[in-house]
Write a protein that binds this ligand. Sequence first.
Ligand SMILES: NC(=O)c1ccc[n+]([C@@H]2O[C@H](COP(=O)([O-])OP(=O)(O)OC[C@H]3O[C@@H](n4cnc5c(N)ncnc54)[C@H](O)[C@@H]3O)[C@@H](O)[C@H]2O)c1
Ligand SMILES: O=c1ccn([C@@H]2O[C@H](COP(=O)(O)OP(=O)(O)O[C@H]3O[C@H](CO)[C@@H](O)[C@H](O)[C@H]3O)[C@@H](O)[C@H]2O)c(=O)[nH]1
Length: 446
Amino acid sequence: MRRVTLNISVIGTGYLGATHAACMAELGFDVIGVDVDPEKIDSLSRGELPFHEPGLPELIRKHVDSGRLRFTTDMSEVGAWGDVHFIAVGTPQVKGGTGADLTYVDAATTSLVRSITKSGALIVGKSTVPVGTAARLYDLVQEQKNPGVDLSLAWNPEFLREGFAVEDTLRPDRLVVGTRNETDEARLREVYAEALDRQTPWVSTDFETAELVKVAANAFLATKISFINAFAEVTETVGGNITTLADAIGFDDRIGRKFLNAGVGFGGGCLPKDIRALQTRVAELGLDHSMKFLDEIDQINLRRRKKAVARAFELLDQDIVGKKIAVLGITFKPLSDDVRDSPGLDVAARLFNAGADVTVYDPEGNKNAAKRYPRLGYVDSLVEAVKDAELVVLTTEWSEFKALRPADLEGLVAAKRFVDARNVLPAGEWEAAGWTFAQLGRKFEG
Ligand SMILES: NC(=O)c1ccc[n+]([C@@H]2O[C@H](COP(=O)([O-])OP(=O)(O)OC[C@H]3O[C@@H](n4cnc5c(N)ncnc54)[C@H](O)[C@@H]3O)[C@@H](O)[C@H]2O)c1
Ligand SMILES: O=c1ccn([C@@H]2O[C@H](COP(=O)(O)OP(=O)(O)O[C@H]3O[C@H](CO)[C@@H](O)[C@H](O)[C@H]3O)[C@@H](O)[C@H]2O)c(=O)[nH]1
């Protein structure tokens, strides 16, 4: 496809927006990232990424240095300049409720629309939103646009995974665009020309389908994880091997092995809040029962965290007060510093609140976790964490934890007790080395 020159703005430069901005620059476009957080913008403007995402710092620096990528807090800089404006601001769970908080999306759209003076520009929503949001914002754009300015809106949900954000953005497995007219779709084809040249599946649809595809994908992934974790509850009781079970059903192509790793469950800034927001939105539409199963998915998931804590209590004979517990891994998954709704952080906080002396080590997550739970002890190495510990709990499967073997902890811990809440270590080896070793999904005989 013929390449066109486009000025692209990205509103919101968090995990999604900073990645999208850098990848748009990598594709050859001129890009400006806009955020309301001056610290974030200062850091990005210096070519420094204020969070952890593999491969992204290099990309940001490369394009800040080349001048193709800039960052600002001033929305008016993009209004007369941009051809395509992506909205990538947060849609967190509303405080005190279960729905999505759309105040950031609404505020960003309103301030963007007011700043746009370049006719023919396209606003493209990337944030994850409840169905019906794009149609509402389309009307808002038409009502609030500056006189004489032709402006439209499309929805283009994002499916990137943290830890693989650059790869997922540059080489997505599909692109989904919801538009109201062919001109807007054609513009998005220009933006994504490189992926289209590689025959990336292109799903062109209406607003509602585009919005629903995103939350349906996350609901399905969450369901897969809770499905295997529900079986983990059974194998914990009757015996059996949850990993073998997952392998065996995963050989069936119709099921597939991915997202069937049993353990302490899902967390992060997406899956938990997205399944809650979906249920809430569908209930608002009067369909109280359609997504009710997601409540069960959520409950199964939250029970996993309690199970990890219960195992810790069992291994310590219910005598937890004052005991040093090393928690390995505090981010919601490896390769990220994100602790939003993190199972590991939840487990650590519960153990602390029960009176344990909790020491946390995470290769990337300590700083963010300390902002939320300053009272936990944070150390900079695995050795410091496990030193004199009465119990070790593995909650995030970073590679340095997966590589742990009993000999590595010999002479360091005060007692050989281990809860592997991600099922990643070879239980037999640990037991043979004299450890009392528990895994989620595995019957624990004490
Ligand atoms: N993180 C992911 O892996 C991922 C993947 C796909 C989709 N999403 C979705 O993308 C959206 C953003 O998620 P995130 O993880 O990047 O969140 P985030 O909190 O990391 O980033 C959001 C950014 O938006 C900025 N912001 C808020 N209001 C603004 C405004 N009015 N103008 C400009 N900037 C503003 C914030 O300061 C923040 O930097 C959410 O809807 C999320 O569900 C996230
Ligand atoms: O078999 C598995 C797989 C994952 N998880 C957990 O599930 C959570 C989510 O993992 P993952 O989906 O890899 O992380 P995210 O980066 O949150 O990505 C999800 O959420 C994003 C935001 O919506 C989407 O764009 C992605 O497609 C979707 O995978 C993490 O806590 C994992 O530890 C498990 O417990 N077992």
